[in-house]
Ligand binder design. Structure first.
Ligand code: ATR
Length: 286
């Protein structure tokens, strides 16, 4: 963390807005990076109560805050207040990073890039592969768009509410020329080849650790890699079942970590050296 006695008139202020934000890891990531790289900046969490988003953004801009991360429940609500969207933000319809510009804040979605980077770091290839996405909410939308952008063979989206899976499949098809199918959760045990399965629902999240959206472990015998966007617990029942069947498994910590690295890079217009990234990743994973 940046030492308080190093803050001066040139210190750039960044932060996180959301509700609740008590358990965020973002301050430690950004403040440690700032220290490592010698950037005169500080990152502060700001709890924004419901109904207060617009005022918070106007205030942040007037206070010369250089950038913000946006978390639950404001990732969609924030969009009308932004100057423009960049990268994946528009197709996902959600923003988690704001960068100050002359005329307002610009919105990015680094969750998507964070997931991509996490897959890359774990040698999980998407190109030419059969991808299954479980879920059709905001996290699923990021996962679907980002995997579609990597030229998979096909994507299957399954969800408890089948209509939502269908809507997401249609949305993906509007942006990418990739075969996309949709189905109910029952589809999981049916005959669809799956190389990489990405679990995006809240099933298995603490304290519901005994639950998994996949209940038939034979499903995993054909799967190469299983990815769960949940990081608490670090190994969900979904990942335990996948591991037992011999799949490579990856939890959501990498996505969380790399979305922060991407945000830091956007704000500071730099590429964080890989040795710093690795050092920080190892120290936080402990
Ligand atoms: P997020 O933005 O984190 O993705 P969300 O938009 O609320 O959160 O989406 C939650 C996802 O988890 C949805 O796909 C939801 O399925 P429905 O569309 O049918 O609601 C899924 N989900 C939540 N609880 C579930 C449960 N008990 N069983 C199966 N799916 C569940």
């Amino acid at each position: 963390m940046k030492y308080v006695d190093q803050i001066n008139g040139s210190t750039k202020v960044y932060g996180l807005i959301g509700h609740p934000i008590k358990h965020t890891l973002s301050p430690i990531i950004h403040n440690t990076l700032a220290n490592m790289l010698g950037n005169n900046m500080i990152y502060v969490p700001f709890e924004v109560p419901s109904g207060g988003l617009k005022e918070a953004l106007v205030g942040a801009y007037q206070l010369n805050i250089q950038g913000l991360n946006v978390t639950v429940p404001y990732k969609q609500e924030v969009i009308p207040f932004l100057l423009k969207l960049e990268g994946y933000a528009d197709q996902i319809g959600a923003v988690n990073t704001l960068k100050r510009s002359k005329d307002g804040y610009i919105g990015y979605n680094t969750d998507a890039e964070g997931l991509l980077q996490s897959l890359l770091q774990n040698d999980i290839n998407i190109r030419g592969q059969n991808i299954m996405i479980i879920g059709a909410g905001g996290a699923a939308r990021a996962a679907a768009m980002v995997t579609a952008s990597q030229n998979p063979k096909q994507i299957l989206i399954v969800n408890r509410t089948q209509e939502k899976a269908q809507e997401l499949a249609q949305a993906v098809s509007r942006y990418y020329n990739v075969p996309v199918k949709s189905g109910s959760l029952d589809f999981i045990v049916q005959d669809f080849p799956v190389d990489v399965c990405i679990q995006t629902t809240s099933v298995g999240l603490y304290p519901r650790e005994d639950q998994s959206p996949v209940t038939d472990e034979t499903f995993f015998t054909q799967v190469q890699a299983a990815v769960d966007l949940i990081y608490n617990p670090s190994e969900t029942l979904f990942l335990k079942m996948a591991k037992a069947a011999g799949c490579k498994t990856v939890n959501g910590f990498g996505m969380l970590f790399y979305q922060a690295i991407k945000a830091y890079e956007i704000w500071n217009e730099i590429i964080v050296p890989q040795n710093y990234v690795d050092l920080l990743f190892q120290s936080l994973k402990k």
